[in-house]
Write a protein that binds this ligand. Structure first.
Ligand SMILES: [Fe+2]
Length: 366
């Protein structure tokens, strides 16, 4: 498995090539085929490129232009060369645009990998978590086999579901197929997202999810031991649970009620919370790792330039569109999600399965 980061090619590259070729053609008309001496000198004292028409202006009066001496056959040959070059350039440019468009709109699942090192796990203790967020009941193959097989290949110790696995407007079939497929792979932990709250059937959805052997975390925690390492897996409902809870519900207060005493517990502490933008609240507690979704990668990305154009509850150019973020001793991984909506394409932003390796290190070495 490997972290897959999309590479990209600038659209401006193709245009520059065409411009460059046009300038070359004007030089080919020279009799000797060499760059005219006057063009070599076409850089002024300030170092700025000179005017390409300069050779015409410095030709001595009364002299024939060099190309006139060569005759029509040479002119025709040079003309064909120029046309061939323009054709090749046009084909290469078109090919690059096709590749660029394929990469931009690619909607196949990719695996993205992050590595974390911690003294809280012993040397040689390695825990692998697969993080899935924002499925929105989308379906990948018969019985979700594409998604399920990809998760199975990662051989995770834990599967974390960070909200919006179900949806408020899409039938639950995709969610059920997914849960049935992953239940035998590894222990599964789930928290709700805003869309599950918006369904106003949250209790029913949670009950369905529990039916697949999944641990549903609702401002609660569960201790697990993996390869001798003690992990405390915490989880919170989405803040939009306030829409269906009693008036006076305070999400942040519920966080404190649930996790204020966490610092005293031994173990590596993980929080599942759908919303990445609430990171300042998460930092008030002693979590080592926070796993979120919700931002869908900012929908549109430009590799190496823009990590997300717009995300719900963060707006334009979101800070937490997707990836890994460090906040002191806390690591925050934000999944770009696995949903795909044909009406709202993801650009350079394929659905992703996130794999997190937490590796123990020897404290003596540091
Ligand atoms: Fe969401």
């Amino acid at each position: 498995m490997s972290a897959l980061c999309s590479g990209g090619t600038s659209r401006h590259g193709g245009g520059s090539e065409i411009d460059g070729e046009a300038r070359c053609d004007s030089m080919i008309l020279n009799e000797s085929g060499a760059r005219p001496a006057s063009q070599d000198a076409a850089v002024n004292e300030t170092g700025e490129p000179g005017d390409d028409r300069l050779p015409d202006r410095v030709m001595p009066a009364g002299k024939d232009r060099p190309e006139n001496k060569t005759g029509p056959a040479v002119e025709a040959g040079n003309g064909r060369k120029g046309r061939n070059r323009r054709t090749v350039t046009a084909l290469v440019t078109a090919g690059l645009f096709v590749l660029l468009a394929f990469a931009a709109f690619y909607r196949g699942l990719v695996v993205r990998r992050y590595n974390i090192t911690t003294e809280k796990l012993g040397p040689g203790q390695n825990v692998r978590i697969v993080l899935i967020a924002d499925l929105h009941s989308c379906i990948y193959g018969v019985n979700q086999e594409h998604l399920v097989d990809l998760i199975k290949k990662q051989d995770p110790d834990i599967i974390a579901l960070a909200g919006d696995i179900a949806d408020d407007r899409t039938p639950l079939a995709g969610t059920k197929m997914f849960l049935a497929g992953i239940r035998e792979i590894a222990p599964v932990f789930y928290v709700s997202g805003n869309h599950e709250c918006w369904s106003f059937r949250l209790d029913e959805i949670k009950e369905m999810i529990r039916g697949y052997g999944v641990t549903v975390l609702e401002h609660s925690r569960a201790a697990v031991t993996v390869k001798g390492a003690r992990l405390i897996i915490c989880g919170v409902d989405d803040p939009d649970i306030k829409l269906i809870n009693d008036i006076g519900y305070d999400w942040e207060r519920e966080m404190h009620k649930a996790f204020d005493g966490l610092a005293d517990e031994p173990g590596y502490k993980i929080l599942l919370s759908h919303r990445p933008e609430l990171v300042d609240i998460y930092r008030e507690f002693s979590f080592d790792l926070v796993l979120s979704g919700h931002s869908h990668g900012g929908q549109v990305r430009i590799p190496f330039i823009l990590n997300g154009l717009y995300a719900p509850d963060q707006g334009w150019f979101p800070k937490y569109a997707g990836g890994v973020y460090r906040h002191g001793n806390m690591t925050h991984v934000v999944s770009r999600g696995v949903s795909y909506n044909p009406k709202l394409p993801r650009i350079f932003n394929p659905p992703e399965v996130v794999v997190i390796d937490i590796n123990g290190e020897d404290p003596v070495q540091h």
